[in-house]
Ligand binder design. Structure first.
Ligand code: NDP
Length: 324
């Protein structure tokens, strides 16, 4: 048997139930992973509330985990029993002591990286990787805006952008988070109570920035557009404050021929080749010391509801793991 957090209906954190379930057996192409740590991500909140739909209910939520392969199904070539592995992709099902997943979604974790760090870094770190290298490839010397700069993805984005030679303007909601963002390399930190476009114009001598990485969504979307230089890129990659709705494309013309992209990690790691390349790039920057993974919160997996409450209340910083 194994234990997992399941939801039987969408709703608040109280919908998450710690339940005993039969241990799953791997099907062809699948590996079974005994989790040593599970990553907490904002997307888990979207699946719990129903903003994003589970394939069926009841459902085990969660997209990220790290541990040891303890069984493989027929035809698996990517991993073997005993390998230390991690993953950061659907289908959901990570909030469990043990789960099965397609073996081609797993990557082997370097010896220097422990399972807790792996579970903390894969989803948020690979997101930072594709955002900075593919969605909009930043160049040394550019000034960029990163929202929620003390959060999971945010703290990695700030460090990696600095490593690539950018000047980083971060946004955060509290002075404590501002200090954390600065300690991780942010050159300028703007509080969410301040006028962001005015601050960005002042810092850039009126020019604006070539790219904004916006994970907040509804509350910041329009202000983010006003931070951009003509032909700038608005990368809207999350909805922590709610989704952006009913957007008039004509606004992009009026504000200077702007681009908007709504990317997802799933697209950028859909092939095995892209997944492995993205993960290796992340492992490499961590090995070089360009990005340090901050595991700032740890909860027992059975207390995942409390982790969700804290994340939604904006109390978490950096990465959070759930321990099975
Ligand atoms: P974070 O640790 O960044 O937590 C969310 C942060 O958003 C909060 O700490 C808070 O920072 C900020 N925030 C602003 N407004 C709100 C609000 N109304 N309610 C709650 N938080 C708010 O989470 P993650 O690092 O896990 O994810 C960050 C974002 O990136 C999420 O939107 C997530 O969906 C998205 N994401 C997208 C991916 C993709 O491929 N598209 C992949 C991974 C994540 P502050 O208090 O400083 O404002």
């Amino acid at each position: 048997m194994t234990y997992a957090i399941r939801i039987h209906e969408y709703g608040g954190p109280e919908k998450m139930k710690w339940e005993e379930l039969p241990k799953p057996e791997p099907k062809p192409g699948e590996a079974r992973v005994r989790h040593e740590a599970v990553g907490l991500n904002y997307i888990d909140v979207y699946f719990r509330t129903g903003l994003y739909k589970a394939p069926a209910l009841p459902a085990i939520i969660g997209m990220e985990g790290a541990g040891v392969v303890d069984a493989i199904g027929p035809g698996v070539t990517e991993v073997a029993v005993g390998d230390r592995v991690a993953y950061a992709s659907g289908p959901i099902g990570a909030y469990a002591q043990t789960r099965c997943i397609k073996a081609d979604r797993l990557v082997k974790v370097p010896d220097a990286i422990g399972s807790e760090t792996a579970a903390a870094m894969m989803l948020q770190g690979m997101t930072a990787q594709y955002l900075l290298h593919s969605t909009y490839a930043v160049k040394a010397g550019q000034t960029i805006v990163v929202h929620a700069a003390a959060g999971g993805v945010g703290l990695i984005l700030v460090q990696w952008a600095k490593f690539l030679g950018c000047t980083v303007i971060g946004t955060v909601s509290t002075p404590e988070k501002a200090a954390l963002a600065r300690a991780n390399g942010a050159d300028h930190v703007i509080l969410t109570t301040e006028d962001l476009p005015a601050a960005v114009k002042k810092i850039t001598g009126g020019a604006g920035v070539p790219v904004v990485y916006d994970s907040v969504g509804k509350d910041t979307f329009m202000a983010s557009l006003d931070c951009l230089a003509p032909r700038g890129y608005m990368i809207s990659y999350g909805n922590a404050s709610g989704p952006v709705a009913n957007f008039d494309l004509g606004i992009l013309a009026a504000k200077g021929s702007l681009y908007v992209c709504r990317p997802t990690l799933a697209t950028y790691t859909s092939s095995r080749e892209d997944l492995v390349s993205c993960a290796n790039s992340l492992f490499d920057v961590v090995a070089k010391g360009g990005v340090k993974i901050s595991v700032n919160q740890r909860y027992a997996l059975k207390d995942a509801a409390q982790a969700h409450i804290d994340m939604e209340a904006r109390k978490t910083t950096g990465s959070t793991i759930l321990l099975p």
